[in-house]
Design a protein around this ligand. Structure first.
Ligand code: ADP
Length: 461
């Protein structure tokens, strides 16, 4: 393995997690070992003391009832049984009144301790050699004498040694086990992250935006992360799709007016250099280019609204008042066509909307109503508030829309057969639909040919 690869592996999250896991595992095992050792050493010491203490009590009772002579006769009787115990009675002035010591205690001079009251048993533990200790209990009496009972006990070292040896032998397997366990857990835990990385990598490599991270239904943080990642991919995919479609549409929609402009200019160039004709051709070109610019702007607005990327300056406004503003704006047009426009607003009709965009929606609907209604007709605008939405209706007594056309009028650049005599780009209703839907609302039409049409805008309140 090259050093670069080793460095990269060392830097991976899984390896670091495994190392941490192994370290924590080893530390926990050490603490457990120390605890067991401590408990064991304490238990052994307690057991040693219990044995010595029971003898101490026995000797004390004999000494107190019959003095040193009783102790001596009892000792000679039980000599065989009690040979492992050290027994000594020291008088008030430090004179030894009674002594019986096992062989290994002969060279050893146990300390005579000075006592005052309270008369408590005092314990001394003196290391003898590597394997054994002397444990000595001293009981003071009220006459100033003391009784000492001792015994050789296993040294701490003796208990610690196998522990130390076993612990060192166990450390390596614990470390390896910890690392393997950690590696396994880290590998499993990092699986969703690896899947996210591989999905992102495959999208970058293949450009296939439909790839998604497989989900595990575990609802943990990583699963939530994968879900969010998928949602982000979905949003990106739909944005890119809309952008591509918009680009195709723009290219397609601009071809006709641009070809018209080119045709006009070509004819003018080929014809005789007549000033008037040239002026007319230029005026046509200006008109066509205005048309192209309007188409471009509207198409971009529609695409922006449809992609969900439109910035709305939302405000709480009275939608009825917005409708009234638009009616006032079109008063002159209505008057010219002798169309009566009436407004009925059930106040208050408040909703949180972008006033500029909703004004544009109402203007397009009123413009159509006036455009497709014959002279002397009527247009009624009605605004009302429901429990959860504000409804604005635009009803006219115009030419109406054939049932087979009602589904198509929302498409970009669609123009009704009978509407071609009127000015228009066929973009008004697609803009209405896109803007209303950007507000999470909806728009619908009901119409009868020759009778009139009714467009209803639903805006969430
Ligand atoms: P434009 O009005 O520029 O043609 P629109 O997108 O606003 O484009 O409308 C699409 C088509 O829907 C129109 O060409 C027309 O046929 C039909 N339409 C829209 N509004 C009305 C209406 N109020 N009455 C009758 N037809 C309508």
């Amino acid at each position: 393995m090259s050093s670069k690869l080793l460095k990269r592996v060392g830097r991976t999250f899984s390896v670091r997690l495994s190392l941490w896991y192994a370290a924590i595992f080893t530390l926990s095992a050490t603490i457990l070992f120390l605890l067991v050792y401590f408990l064991l050493a304490t238990a052994v010491q307690r057991k040693d003391r219990e044995v010595i203490e029971s003898h101490l009590k026995e000797y004390a009772a004999i000494y107190q009832s019959g003095g040193v002579s009783a102790l001596r006769s009892w000792s000679s009787r039980e000599a065989q049984k009690e040979k492992s115990f050290f027994v000594r009675v020291v008088g008030r002035f430090g004179n030894v009144l009674f002594l019986r010591a096992p062989e290994d205690w002969i060279q050893f001079e146990p300390p005579v301790l000075e006592f005052g009251f309270p008369r408590r048993v005092v314990w001394v533990r003196i290391p003898k050699d590597e394997e054994r200790d002397f444990t000595l209990a001293t009981q003071p009496f009220s006459d100033g004498s003391i009784l000492q009972v001792g015994r050789s006990t296993n040294s701490r070292q003796l208990i610690l040694q196998p522990f130390r040896r076993n612990f060192l032998a166990a450390t390596l397997p614990i470390l390896v086990l910890g690392f393997i366990g950690g590696a396994f857990i880290a590998y499993r835990a990092m699986q969703p992250v690896r899947e996210i990385v591989s999905t992102a990598q495959s999208i970058i490599d293949t450009g296939d935006l439909s790839r998604r991270v497989p989900l595990r239904e575990s609802e943990d943080e990583l699963d939530q992360f994968a879900r969010l990642f998928n949602r982000m991919l979905e949003k990106n995919q739909s944005l890119i799709k809309t952008m591509r479609e918009s680009l195709d549409n723009v290219a397609h929609d601009l071809r006709t007016p641009l070809a018209g402009m080119r045709g006009t200019a070509e004819v003018a160039l080929r014809s005789a250099p007549d000033q008037e004709q040239l002026k007319e051709a230029l005026a046509d070109c200006v008109e066509e280019s205005d048309r192209v610019l309007t188409i471009l702007k509207t198409l971009m607005d529609v695409a922006e609204a449809e992609s969900g990327a439109m910035n709305l300056s939302l405000k709480k406004v009275d939608v009825g008042a917005l409708a009234q503003e638009v009616v006032d704006l079109y008063a002159e047009v209505a008057e010219e066509k002798k169309i009566t426009v009436t407004t009925s607003v059930a106040a208050p009709c408040e909703a949180v909307v972008d006033p500029a965009r909703i004004r544009q929606v109402f203007a397009n609907l009123l413009d159509n109503a006036l455009k497709y209604t014959a002279e002397g007709g009527q247009v009624k605008i009605q605004a009302q508030r429901d429990t959860s939405e504000v409804l604005v209706k635009f009803r006219d007594t115009g030419m109406g829309i054939a049932p087979e056309e009602q589904g198509k009028i929302w498409d970009r650049l669609y123009r009704g057969d009978k509407s071609r005599s009127q000015r228009g780009l066929g973009l008004g209703l697609s803009l209405v639909k896109a803007f209303v839907e950007a507000h999470h609302g909806s728009v619908e039409v009901s119409s009868q040919l020759g009778q009139g049409s009714e467009f209803t805008v639903h805006l969430p309140a």
